[in-house]
Structure formats: structure tokens, C-alpha cells
Ligand binder design. Structure first.
Ligand SMILES: [Fe+2]
Ligand SMILES: [Fe+2]
Length: 287
């Protein structure tokens, strides 16, 4: 995959998303937390400026993209720190307002993944096709499931049909995510083993780690699973498209701003792009 093309694809999508996260957090903060409100406003401007630069590259070179990625990583360090402060205050009941803790965790996960993608690009770190497929699937299944839960909770309670439809969609994604975790321990068992180790192993990995376990490998079932995930994401994408139209035309009762409806719709489309890239890579991998 081309370093320049992939860096631009990721930046042009995620920088706008990060800018909007700063706005969403700000709108949900209590009005007396001026410190947090100001930082959110600064971050919105910072990511807006970076987005403009990302969209203006006409003759990008590897060097100019490498320098730009590194600026974006610095900005991500700052927004991840900010989301962490907000989340930690929320989950220890020190912060009021209208931001759900899971929403902040969700948008921090999106930022962490974006940063890791850029770090991998900068350092030419490439995952094996099976590990990459499972990682993308597990990430997006969780994100799509969260969206369905958020929509269910932000619709007006009187919208019983749509609330229960959103909950059904969330369950569909949660079931698929459990299945993805099963496939992960079958086909990428080292990932499971790594999860059992401490966060910081400040010494060489003991020699028995990994013994008897294969590297992540592709199976026909994994290929079919990818198409099942794509089908499910198409389903939620269409649902979000309908929800956006209803919200924009004021024909549904909710506290979902149109920009948030559009934001989650764009993320479903990005999931489809990522999963289609995975599909192509799986197709080209011999079993
Ligand atoms: Fe987001
Ligand atoms: Fe999201």
C-alpha cells in the first residue's frame, strides 16, 4: 500500500472526525468548566487547520507527508490526553454535563487507532493479513455497535419503534464481535497470548511465549466472515442514512444533532472502505 496515498486517505478522513469530536465534547461539558471548554475549542481549531493542510497537498512527497504525519501525531497526543482527562473525571463522578462515558471512551478509541495507523505508516510496520483483517473487523464492529447504542439512547423515548430497531442492530454487531473474538483466538492465537501479558513488560519476553502457536493465518471461514461483516455494516449505513434524513427534515424526535448523525454515517462509509481493502487483501492471500 502506498505510504503517501494511505497517509492522505487516513488524514483526510480522521482529521475532520477529530475536529468534530472536540466540538461534541465541548457541547456536552458543564458551562462552569471553562478550562475544558477552552481546550476543546483550541483542539477544534488545531484539527481544522491540519485538515485544511491535508486537503491542499497537490504534489506530496514522502518527506512532506512524513513531516505532516508527525505533526498530526503530536496533535493526536494532545487530544488523546484531553479525552483521557474528561473520561477519568466522568468515571470518577467529578464531572457533570451531557457526555456519556462510553462516548468519550469510543472517541478516544478512534483517536488511538488513528495514531497507531500513522505510527505504523511512519515506521513501515505491516500486520499479517489475518491479524489485520481481524483487527479491522473487531474495531469497526465495536464502533458500529456503540453507534447503534448511542442512537437508541439519544432518540426521544417516545420513538419506541426506532429505539428498538437501534437496539436490535446493536445486538447484531455484538454477536458478530463475539464471533470475531472466537476467530481471533483460533487464527491469531498470539494476539490472545499477548493480551495475557502485563501492559509494560520491561524485560525481554520469556522464551516460552509463543511456543506451539502459529502466526496469524487466513482460512476460508475468515474470508466469509469478512463478507458477513461488510453486509452488516451496509445495513447500519442505510439505517443511519435514513436517520439523517429524518433528523434533517425534523420528522423524528431526538437530541441527535444533524452533524452527529452525519458523523456516524461517514464512519460507516469509512468502515466499508477499510473492510473492502481487507477483502481484497484476503482474496490475494493463499490459504
Ligand atoms: Fe467519531
Ligand atoms: Fe464513532
Amino acid at each position: 500500500m502506498s505510504f503517501i496515498r494511505e497517509s492522505l486517505r487516513q488524514n483526510r478522513f480522521w482529521l475532520r472526525i477529530m475536529k468534530e469530536h472536540a466540538l461534541f465534547i465541548r457541547l456536552g461539558l458543564p458551562c462552569d468548566r471553562v478550562d475544558l471548554i477552552n481546550e476543546a475549542r483550541d483542539l477544534e481549531i488545531l484539527f481544522g487547520n491540519l485538515l485544511e493542510i491535508a486537503c491542499q497537498f497537490t504534489n506530496p512527497t514522502s518527506d512532506s507527508i512524513r513531516r505532516f504525519n508527525s505533526r498530526v501525531i503530536d496533535a493526536l497526543n494532545r487530544i488523546i490526553t484531553f479525552k483521557t482527562i474528561v473520561l477519568n473525571e466522568l468515571i470518577t463522578c467529578q464531572l457533570g454535563g451531557a457526555n456519556y462515558p462510553l462516548l468519550i471512551d469510543h472517541i478516544r478509541r478512534e483517536a488511538i487507532r488513528f495514531r497507531t495507523i500513522l505510527i505504523r505508516l511512519q515506521n513501515n510496520i505491516v500486520l499479517l493479513p489475518a491479524q489485520n483483517a481481524l483487527q479491522e473487523e473487531i474495531f469497526w464492529l465495536r464502533i458500529m455497535g456503540d453507534h447503534a447504542r448511542f442512537i437508541a439512547q439519544l432518540l426521544d423515548p417516545s420513538e419506541r419503534r426506532l429505539v428498538s430497531q437501534s437496539q436490535d442492530i446493536a445486538e447484531e454487531f455484538e454477536i458478530l464481535r463475539l464471533q470475531a473474538k472466537d476467530l481471533e483466538s483460533m487464527e491469531a492465537p498470539r494476539t490472545f497470548e499477548n493480551w495475557l501479558l502485563p501492559e509494560n513488560i520491561n524485560r525481554p519476553v520469556p522464551p516460552d511465549i509463543g511456543v506451539g502457536l502459529p502466526n496469524a493465518f487466513v482460512t476460508p471461514r475468515l474470508k466469509r466472515f469478512n463478507t458477513e461483516v461488510i453486509d452488516a455494516v451496509r445495513g447500519i449505513r442505510d439505517f443511519k442514512q435514513t436517520a439523517l434524513k429524518l433528523i434533517e427534515s425534523c420528522t423524528v424526535l431526538s437530541i441527535i444533532p444533524p452533524l452527529l448523525a452525519d458523523h456516524v454515517l461517514r464512519e460507516a462509509n469509512m468502515a466499508l472502505s477499510d473492510l473492502t481493502i481487507v477483502k481484497k487483501e484476503l482474496k490475494e492471500t493463499p490459504i
